[in-house]
Design a protein. Structure first.
Length: 209
């Protein structure tokens, strides 16, 4: 059957199945999938430690909750006082997480104080099924799992700022602060510039409501 390269297909929101026509030449080159009506399904923010990836991710999600969402990581450690299952972490048995790793169902993972931590591929799929783009701040290793026709990641590299600003950002690492608590105007300006820049880039690939 001849496939018209200009044919368009249709799909329902929140339905991961695909329909429509795809040029045969593209199928032979690389597996493809129909684009989500919301554009890219996964947004990956890469960068060195301390450059503000998590801060940018948090601010983007807070400002566009109907378009963007993060994932809840899994861990094999026991819950700490005040932590809730599914809110702070998804607490699972270490054997179950190891099996996910063997089955290539972990986007990324690591071990700290004999406990495993990581992001599951299913948690990313859950966000996509909700009709939102999944925002991840992760390492380059995660791209080995995400770079395929199912997830179609849009990668944003958060470059390191000048050395003096990087030192101040490193001191803030691991403790989110209010704008007024940031140590100097240059850091506040840096975050504001990056937030604006990410908005301009990312939302070209998202369907605005």
């Amino acid at each position: 059957m001849f496939l018209n390269p200009l044919s368009f297909g249709a799909r329902k929101v929140n339905d991961l199945s695909t329909s429509g026509f795809v040029p045969a030449s593209l199928v032979r080159v690389r597996p493809v999938a129909m684009l989500s009506p919301f554009g890219r399904r996964v947004i990956v923010m890469l960068g060195a430690n301390g450059v503000g990836r998590r801060t940018l991710k948090r601010m983007l999600i807070e400002q566009r909750t109907h378009l963007l969402a993060g994932v809840v990581p899994v861990t094999s450690r026991a819950p700490k006082p005040g932590e809730q299952q599914g809110r702070d972490y998804k607490f699972e048995r270490k054997e179950d997480i190891l099996q996910r790793i063997r089955d290539h169902q972990m986007v990324e993972w690591g071990e700290y104080k004999a406990a495993l931590y990581g992001t599951t591929a299913d948690s990313v799929r859950q966000v996509v099924r909700s009709g939102r783009a999944c925002v991840l701040d992760c390492t380059t290793r995660a791209l080995e799992v995400l770079y395929n026709a199912e997830f179609m990641p849009f990668v944003v590299l958060v470059a390191a700022p000048p050395f003096e600003e990087l030192i101040q950002l490193s001191r803030m690492h691991g403790k989110p602060r209010e704008d007024a608590e940031l140590p100097c105007p240059s850091v506040r300006s840096l975050i504001a510039r990056w937030l604006t820049h990410c908005h301009q880039i990312m939302f070209r690939h998202l369907r605005m409501h």
